[in-house]
Design a binder for this molecule. Structure first.
Ligand code: EPU
Length: 433
């Protein structure tokens, strides 16, 4: 339920006080796809370490609306049965709440021969078209009809066939959607120029363990041999750790922590971020499944250049949190957002905190530091910018109020509780009129 809540943060005014350990949850952008992938199964699919975030609830809502049965255990254990699915019409009101509902289109058309869905809609970070999905479905033998921004995709003869598909851009969700479509198509599907984000291999490896025949995971060319419905018996999908959440906490720790261990994460998936922070002068210890950030009091950080890029480059989802770090580096830093067209809009709000920001165009900005930030009342426009405002509030002097916490809850489980446990002064409150 979308409620109007806010975070109220008492800033540390630059002091480094947070201590202890913060555990990273399961990856949003991995588990959402595996949930959608349950449509490829004849029997039950079990998932573990499912994060308690709003986007997971929305994906479950979409699956239940189609006819799936979902059992949610207490500790992130989910069981899903999709044999009762009796519709492949994704309800527009549900799809519009979450862009990633588009991932359901691949398994639905592959299993049922058709799917209807609305255009996922505009979004604060850019237009986010779906041409790559539609072109590929056509190559796999489907007809695409559009009426009033509603799409119906129908496979000729009720079944998609394999095809060779070159992705115009290495889109993450298009790669996952088409890979899943290929699992139940007839013949071989070859996807070229696919995205390399580790969540894709995580999904593919699970599907393979349940009977799919996918080769080339982790490389730019994936080949899928189509077959029968998958079987999840005795298999469990263990959601990998969320590299974006982990990275957000490492950035936060560099600015606010005395000694903080970010645990249950996979630093090997965070090279671009960790290298940037280390080159800026952040002291940290990197273990196999943790990053400990300590001894950064009285440090002068150097400015850095950030250019977002597909994996394993600097992930766009950490660009906004990283900008807060850059406000505290001494000198001029440069941000180049290459993935999305509107992912710098939040910088206007960062400058209200007192940061010296110069937006050069819709992709590039300069940040001069260090600058003392002062608390502000702000609206979270999306989950990553919202998290950036929380970090800004933590380092600022005085009080910060971040409204629209729903967006932050979409990707970060109980952020306020977890930050309080390491010493942050943050509380959740209903939005005051
Ligand atoms: N694009 C097209 N046509 C398409 C598909 C994509 O032009 O048919 C463009 C997009 O507009 C964008 C670029 O391709 O400019 C790359 O977007 P991509 O499709 O890779 O993004 P996505 O799959 O929609 C996922 C994550 C995003 C993350 C991006 C990039 C999920 C659910 N979402 O989105 O995560 O930013 O990959 O890594 O996996 C977030 O978690 O905050 C988030 C937005």
């Amino acid at each position: 339920m979308e409620t109007q809540e806010s975070f109220i943060i008492e800033g540390l005014a630059g002091e480094r006080k947070l201590t202890g350990e913060i555990k990273v949850g399961g990856a949003k952008n991995a588990v959402l796809k595996t949930l959608a992938g349950s449509v490829l199964f004849a029997d039950e699919v079990s998932l573990e370490r499912v994060p308690g975030i709003e986007d997971v609830s929305r994906m479950c809502e979409a699956l239940e609306d189609l006819g799936a049965k979902i059992e949610k255990g207490e500790t992130g254990k989910y069981k899903i049965k999709t044999d009762g699915i009796n519709s492949s019409v994704i309800t527009p009101a549900i799809a519009k709440k979450m862009r990633s509902s588009i991932v359901l289109t691949g398994p639905l058309i592959a299993r049922f021969g058709s799917v209807s869905f609305p255009f996922p809609g505009g979004c604060v970070i850019g237009k986010r078209p779906i041409d790559i999905f539609l072109d590929a479905f056509k190559k796999m033998g489907a007809e695409v009809k559009e009426e009033d921004n509603n799409f119906t995709v129908t496979a000729s003869g009720g079944k998609l066939h394999g095809a060779e598909i070159f992705l115009r851009l290495p889109s993450v969700t298009a790669t996952e959607t088409l890979m899943m479509a290929g699992v139940l198509a007839t013949g071989t599907t070859v996807l070229k120029n696919v995205a390399l984000e580790p969540e894709i291999a995580s999904l593919g490896e699970f599907l393979n363990s349940c009977g799919a025949k996918i080769e080339g995971l982790g490389t730019p060319v994936i080949t899928i041999e189509g077959g029968e419905l998958l079987s999840g018996s005795e298999k469990t999908y263990l959601t990998p750790p969320d590299r974006i959440e982990a990275g957000s906490f490492v950035i936060m720790a560099a600015l606010t922590a005395k000694d903080l261990k970010i645990s249950d994460c996979d630093p090997s998936q965070m090279d671009a971020l960790l290298e940037s922070l280390i080159s800026a002068g952040v002291n940290m210890e990197i273990g196999k499944d943790y990053v400990r950030v300590f001894d950064n009091e009285n440090k002068t950080f150097s400015p850095v250049e950030i250019k977002t890029h597909e994996y394993p480059g600097f992930v766009t989802d950490l660009q906004a949190p990283m900008s807060i770090f850059l406000t505290q580096a001494t000198g001029q830093s440069y941000i180049f957002e290459t993935i999305y067209e509107n992912r710098l809009n939040y910088l206007e709000t960062i400058s209200r905190f007192g940061a010296r920001v110069r937006v050069l165009d819709s992709h590039r900005a300069l940040i001069d530091g260090p600058e003392v930030l002062s608390g502000k009342e702000v609206e979270s426009p999306d989950l990553r910018a919202g998290l950036a405002y929380v970090i800004a509030g933590l380092i600022a002097s005085g009080q910060t109020i971040v409204h629209n916490v729903y967006y932050i809850d979409r990707g970060y489980e109980k952020l306020d509780e977890r930050l309080r446990a390491i010493g942050a002064k943050i509380k959740r409150a209903p939005r005051e009129a």
